[in-house]
Design a protein around this ligand. Structure first.
Ligand SMILES: *Cc1c(COP(=O)(O)O)cnc(C)c1O
Length: 395
């Protein structure tokens, strides 16, 4: 343990938070109007948000839910994944991507990542498929699309479902196509830190027949939802066809989402501009490795994950973060690999070296602030702080 150093004289005065949301007057007014409207839970605004998001993506349908975790869980149940099944996913993700596999009683099978994108490695996925494999959950890490073609190819040959965790990947494109525009199930997150937020919220896209079953499973397994029953001309009768969940989005959340979606193209433009400034500042610094964007994709830039070249520095990642905190820069780490968390480590007897690429990159990664509230001066402060730490602790 080293004693925390004192705040620096040359540091910015105010702490720069890592990922605050940008909520405008439009969102606030829409929420207030919803509260006054007499209908505050799933209703007309949720329906409109689904329609608008599907239209934006070019998807044939969308199901609004109260989180991406709910979307992933609902999708696995809808796909019929359960006890005895294996589901392949990445160790370098948020716990929710793997927790949902446990929720349905299946076994998560982790496959290590590619060294450049930090996305699940399709070649290693192929080798991890067994007769018990039922589905694959690729996660578009940081907003960089997974190499989907070989993955879907393998899935198709072996009769497996693919459920994309696109919590980071709204607005991302793979070979020109928006993530979530196809027939396969894709789950989005509108959590407070994500590129589009409804406070809490999520969306499932996919083909209409899949979404119809998912809709029923996501809301008590009821044959008809409340909005349709309580609306004028609605009937009181319904039937429970499955012991479903309570995962619906509210119109208060959708009120936020409707405006956030309109602003999304501008949000993405700003994110790309910030990324360009970071790249320009750090590309020539040999102690730092900037994130990649492969030529066949458009990155959604949810995260800017800077990797340290530890051999060029006298401090480790944790100390680097502490130095940035002392300079009033908020950062984070995405992610603590799944196989290091006690539940998974102990249940599946993982060691750090079970997934060496995820682990070695975890030890040197820092997520810098990347959000639409950052001013150019804020970005300059981040750049100056990072450069200052590098020059002070260069080996
Ligand atoms: C945020 C996140 C989730 C969970 O999203 P919620 O909407 O909070 O449930 C799932 N997967 C990844 C990769 C995430 O970053």
């Amino acid at each position: 343990m080293t004693a925390p150093s004192r705040p620096r004289a040359n540091a910015r005065q105010e702490f720069l938070p890592f990922a605050p949301p940008l909520i405008g007057e439009e969102e606030i007014n829409e929420v207030v109007a919803t509260l006054r409207s007499g209908w505050i839970t799933t209703g007309p605004k949720t329906k409109r948000f689904e329609t608008n998001l599907a239209a934006y993506l070019g998807a044939s349908g969308a199901l609004a839910l109260n989180s991406c975790t709910a979307a992933l869980h609902t999708a696995l149940v809808t796909l019929g994944v359960g006890p005895g099944d294996e589901v392949i996913t990445t160790p370098l993700t948020f716990a929710a991507s793997v927790n949902v596999i446990e929720h349905v009683g299946a076994r998560p099978v982790l496959v290590d990542v590619e060294a450049d994108t930090l996305n699940i490695d399709p070649a290693m996925v192929e080798r991890a498929i067994t007769p018990r494999t039922k589905a694959i959950i690729p996660v578009h890490f940081a907003g960089h699309p997974v190499d989907l073609d070989p993955l879907y190819d393998a899935a198709q040959r072996r009769g497996l479902a693919v459920l994309e965790d696109a919590a980071h990947a709204l607005a991302a494109r793979y070979k020109g196509r928006l993530i979530g525009s196809g027939e396969n199930p894709v789950a989005f997150s509108f959590y407070a830190t994500k590129n589009l937020t409804t406070g809490e919220g999520g969306m499932l896209t996919g083909n209409p027949e899949f979404l119809e079953r998912a809709r029923l499973i996501s809301l008590h397994g009821m044959s008809r939802d409340a909005w349709k029953r309580y609306d004028k001309g609605g009937k009181w009768y319904y039937e429970v066809l499955y012991p479903g969940f309570k995962y619906n989005m509210t119109d208060i959340q959708a009120a936020l989402g409707l405006w956030q979606l309109k602003k999304l193209p501008g949000f993405e433009e700003r994110r790309r501009a910030v990324v360009a400034l970071y790249d320009q500042a750090f590309a020539q610094e040999d102690a730092l490795e900037t994130p990649v964007e492969r030529p066949e994709v458009e990155h959604a830039w949810h995260l800017y994950v800077l990797r340290l070249r530890l051999e060029a520095l006298r401090i480790d990642r944790d100390q680097f973060i502490e130095e940035l905190t002392n300079r009033n820069i908020g950062t984070s780490v995405h992610f603590i690999p799944i196989h290091l968390h006690p539940y998974y480590r102990d249940k599946y007897a993982f060691t750090p070296e079970s997934y060496p690429i995820a682990f070695s990159n975890y030890r040197r990664m820092i997520s810098l602030p990347l959000n639409v509230r950052l001013s150019d001066a804020d970005v300059a402060d981040v750049i100056e702080a990072v450069r200052d730490v590098v020059s002070e602790f260069r080996r």
